[in-house]
Design a protein around this ligand. Sequence first.
Ligand code: MSP
Length: 515
Amino acid sequence: MSGSTYYVTTPIYYVNDVPHIGHAYTSLACDVLARFMRLDGRDVHFLTGTDEHGQKIEKAAAAAGMAPQAFTDKVSQSFRDLLGVMDYSPDSFIRTTEKRHYAACQALWEKLVAAGDIYLGAYAGWYSVRDETYFVEGETEVGQDGKRRATSTGAEVEWVEEPSYFFRLSAWADRLLEFYEKNARFIGPESRRNEILSFVRGGLQDLSVSRTSFSWGVPVPGDPKHIMYVWLDALTNYITECGYPDTKNPLWKYWPADLHMVGKDIIRFHCVFWPAFLMAAGVAPPKRVFAHGWWTNEGQKISKSLGNVINPVDLVKTYGVDAVRYFLLREVPFGNDGDFQRKALVGRMNGDLANAYGNLCQRVLSIVAKNCGEKVPPKGALTGADAALLDRAKGLLTVVRTELDDQAFHKALTAIWEVIADANRYVDAQAPWALAKTDPGRRDTVLWVLAETIRRVTLPVQPFMPDAAAKILDQLAVAPADRAFTGFDKELVSGTPLPKPQGVFPRYVEPKVAE
Ligand code: MSP
């Protein structure tokens, strides 16, 4: 696969509000994949950005007393700022208010019209501005306060009756089912695949794809009273980026995307509407869509009205970026919902990071610094125990690669930490400090085996915790060029000078609250 393209995308985020932990989570998963694939020699394109049109944004701008463009400029910037805070490495940041995006949406629209998949009609039904989704009456219920809400999302719906263009989605059910059948990996995890299959098997209704009651969006070509449905506009971003409709654009080589990472709430848009639009326009659908679960905060649904929104910037200030990145991907099996608990984060910081990984590095590197002349120690004959530990470390890259192919971040991390635990047991069993007097040659070999194991463990840690991994690799004097996975089998060379060791994973101590 080396050299082949890898295109991974985050959803583009609504700019009605500043980023929170949910946004940070989706982007983090993509960032780890992008970094891993780059180290693995793939030609990566990692896209993120902001979704800036539609009624929801128009209303948020009005509530802020700002013109929509000025408002979206401001909020979009806060998503851009998050990239640095969380150490994300996108290749591009797209905004749906860009000219190139208008051109791509209108070109796609024209293709759909030419294919006979769009017709003019009138919509009469319920609409949720918060979800930017249409609902049939049976999907809504009236609450005790007399307000009608979507049963699945709890968002208020309003009655809409207006002329509208429709996309002939009803005609696509069979072709979609055939597509899912042929592309077993298109939807992950399996539970979501089943959810989509049964939804599509239940039959599809035509989809209203334009609105006339507001103006903040992309005008329909030839009928500018109509504004394109914001989801048609938003989904198109993934091909705008590659130059659509210009398939000669150098970035077109990245299409179809290898992975659209999304939250479970927006899987229907990505797995039903999007491949139908694309197939209708004669464009290949993406290869895979993976839906992750949702975080709650200490057992409660995260919501602005409850005032319990977790701000990733604050988290990073308190715990450090590497610990936050590690925790989010280690704590919860990726794909499941998870509960965010500070106690658990601190537990992982002090347990997995400081005690297990940090302590291993610290113990080994400080003995090496004190006893081996600040150089990689000489390597003597290996015992069975040495070879067993090294073999486990050697097998790690393949394991991590396989797990990440399935977006099983938690399993990749578990496999890495198992080798760290083995290495800590090996230190205790070999007790290199006790060998100093009896057998310094053997002590050096034990330390070499450990330093080499730390190197092998740390290479696949890089995508998860780029800063910490770089510091550890610096301390092992691993050349930058050997940090890509082509360097995985380049063992540490005895005699290489090493810099002074320093702790990488500080223990977290709760600040004392003044009485
Ligand atoms: N604008 C659309 C996406 C268009 S993609 C063509 C959108 N934006 S969003 O800002 O509302 O949400 C973006 C992502 O954040 C979604 O994948 C959503 O699942 C995720 N999260 C929002 N809250 C979340 C949690 N509490 N937990 C985990 N992720 C959640 O939808």
